[in-house]
Design a protein around this ligand. Structure first.
Ligand code: AMP
Length: 651
């Protein structure tokens, strides 16, 4: 026997929910459905969204309704329009095989006349937000005198949102002998008051521990400095290439700002908050549900009740003012038995709030480390490899090009081809993360120290950098060519604006220093020293600071070296609003009389991304924007990423 049939549900209902993929009842369904089917039960259920609570009340409800009658027999109240539509959709699916079932959603922001007409056609179940329902009662558009079942879903949220009086008014319009079923994620006094006022001997059911969050959620916090919050968010996203997240902010302004930055930085993201029109919100939700968006940046109110499957991460960009809201936020992931991660990006001072949340959710957080640039890079690389592995080949379309492609690649081995294919993307990742700083508020110094002392490696300083149109690859080639050491001996190059650090195998360090004694680059003498010797000098002026971004300031003569005709990039706005082109400073000359070779051809920096467009425009652009560097949105480091695209498409 089907497990839902065993709970007492009819075969028409079981058929419909089987088609929806319901095979086994969730714990709360198993406990509650048989009780509610008795038909004379009041219920107080402590349950999060994601536990299957809609079906918990919905399935018995439709079993108890007389669909031959056109009277409104059930009224379901919930806090938001989104949840209202969702419950309605769910109930309509459950009643797919029940003739004459008519379930109507009633919420603000849509035509009250249309909704009235739908009810008048005979809605046995009305799902409503309190404000609109109150309005309907005022205008005598609805008759609640036949209501036998009142369901209050997310009761705590309705009270938080100030619907207490509306609820009292609405419930007073319904017959006293009705059954009331109340669902709430938390049980504050006000909710208990409702349960006392409107119910007689309700059965109490708890899905999980009282006030506890979903056990399938891992709670993690990252401690960062305030200025690193946004880079940390991006690092988290980059380390999870398949992320499908809701990012919670505290205010509408912050929500829009973060979404704008993410869009500008090449992520498939958009904002959801109360300042958007209803149709804009619908549009955003549609794109999120269809996974055209990977990150939905939302306020608590706007995201309430959202049920989207397979949200992988909930990210608390800012912790909620009402700490209790944390439970609602994290409940957006790990739905229907799945697992999920709820992340809080906090500063040192907020650790106390984490402890309070731990007490509320009865679960410990783990302290996470914001992934390093290298880790993010590695994740991206293997995601790329997986994508290549899984990509669906359009044989027909590609067929005609294959002979030519084979011909072009004929001189390469399979290994070579794989390396090159992967490198087309991977080089960009490496470049992007090259100077990525440690974003963890604790531990960055340690990392720097351990970096310095790697055994067998010597760190050298060179007075050439990005301003000389060198990147790590061209710098490696240059050093190898001048010194004669193998490229493989050059382990790592950290290119800053006007200088660079080179990590080389210790045995190669001396050779490099020796051979570079008379080297010149663009008619300037090149200086290479062991790192200790250079660190006290004035050359560090170009260090873009914490983020390692390159410096746009001109040489001011301070420090040891003069850099001659080094140009500034002039005039670009801080947000990268206009096109800035970097001066061409290519070419190095070797003192040994070798031929000149030009490195660092012109690169352009960022496209004109500063303007604000209508939100849908911006959203559409999101998939084709380059992902920039980490330091901030639109700062100089954006340029490091070149203008190539890192498309984030549907997945
Ligand atoms: P809810 O807690 O009602 O918001 O439900 C969370 C999600 O789980 C919804 O998408 C439901 O369709 C789904 N769901 C509910 N019950 C089951 C079940 N027994 N088996 C599979 N999915 C379910």
């Amino acid at each position: 026997m089907n497990k839902f049939e065993a709970l007492g549900l009819s075969d028409v209902i079981v058929k419909a929910i089987t088609e929806m993929g319901f095979e086994t009842p969730t714990p709360i369904q198993e406990k509650t459905i048989p009780e509610l089917l008795k038909g004379n039960t009041d219920l107080v259920a402590l349950a999060q969204t994601g536990t299957g609570k809609t079906a918990t009340f919905g399935l018995p409800l439709i079993s108890l309704i007389d669909f031959n009658s056109r009277d409104t027999q059930a009224l379901i109240m919930c806090p938001t329009r989104e949840l209202c539509m969702q419950i309605t959709r769910d109930l309509q699916s459950y009643t797919k095989y029940i003739k004459d079932a008519n379930i109507v959603a009633v919420y603000g922001g849509a035509s009250i006349d249309t909704q009235t007409r739908e009810i008048k056609r005979g809605a046995q179940i009305v799902v409503a937000t309190p404000g609109r329902m109150n309005d309907m009662i005022d205008r005598r558009r609805v008759n609640l005198s036949h209501v036998r079942f009142a369901v209050l879903d997310e009761a705590d949220e309705m009270l938080n949102m100030g619907f207490k009086e509306d609820l009292d008014t609405i419930l007073s319009q319904t017959p006293e002998e009705k059954n009331t079923w109340l669902f709430s994620a938390t049980m504050p006094d006000e909710v208990l008051r409702i349960s006392k006022n409107y119910m007689s001997n309700p059965i109490e059911i708890t899905a999980g521990t009282k006030n506890a969050g979903n056990v399938n959620i891992d709670h993690v916090y990252y401690i960062v400095h305030a200025r690193d919050k946004y880079p940390a968010l991006k690092r988290i996203a980059d380390s999870n290439p398949d992320i499908f997240a809701i990012v919670f902010c505290r205010t509408k302004i912050e929500t829009q700002e973060i979404a704008d930055k993410l869009i500008k930085d090449g992520y498939n993201a958009d904002a959801l908050h109360g300042d958007l029109s209803q149709s804009q919100r619908d549009h955003v939700m549609k794109r999120y549900r269809s996974r055209s968006l990977q990150m939905l940046v939302a306020t608590d109110v706007a995201a309430r009740g959202i049920d989207v499957q397979d949200v992988t991460h909930v990210i608390n960009y800012t912790l909620p003012d009402e700490i209790e809201n944390y439970t609602h936020r994290s409940g957006r992931t790990a739905r229907a038995g799945k697992t999920g991660v709820s992340i809080a990006i906090i500063n040192m001072k907020e650790i106390g709030k984490i402890r309070i949340i731990e007490r509320i959710i009865k679960k410990k957080f783990t302290e996470g480390k914001v992934p390093t640039g290298f880790e993010a890079c590695e994740k991206q690389l293997f995601s790329l490899v997986k994508k290549i592995h899984d990509v669906e080949v359009n044989e027909k379309a590609i067929e005609q090009y294959m002979p030519k492609i084979y011909e072009e690649l004929a001189d390469m081995s399979k290994e070579d081809i794989i390396k090159r294919f992967v490198s087309t993307e991977f080089n960009r990742f490496l470049e992007y993360y090259r100077n990525a700083p440690d974003l963890n508020a604790s531990g960055s110094k340690e990392r720097e120290r351990s970096f310095d002392s790697a055994p067998g490696i010597t760190k050298l300083f060179i007075n050439l950098g990005e301003l000389d149109s060198l990147d790590s690859t061209s710098m490696k080639e240059y050093i190898s060519e001048v010194s004669g050491v193998e490229i493989a001996s050059i382990v790592n190059i950290d290119v800053k604006s006007s200088f660079s650090f080179i990590e080389v195998k210790t045995e190669a360090a001396e050779i490099i220093q020796g051979t570079f004694k008379n080297a010149r680059y663009n008619n300037r003498s090149v200086r290479i020293e062991s790192r200790g010797a250079a660190s006290g000098g004035g050359d560090r002026r170009g260090d873009g600071g914490r983020s390692g971004g390159f410096d746009r300031r001109r040489s001011s003569g301070g420090g040891g070296n003069s850099y001659g005709e080094r140009r500034s990039y002039g005039g670009r706005s801080e947000r990268g609003g206009d096109r800035g082109e970097r001066g061409d400073r290519g070419g190095y000359s070797r003192s040994s009389g070798g031929g000149e070779r030009s490195y660092g051809e012109k690169k352009s920096y960022g496209d004109s991304g500063g303007e604000r467009k209508s939100y849908s425009d911006r959203a559409e652009r999101s998939s084709s924007k380059p992902a920039p560097s980490e330091s901030s949105s639109g700062g100089d480091r954006k340029s490091n990423f070149s203008r190539e695209k890192r498309p984030r498409k549907k997945f």
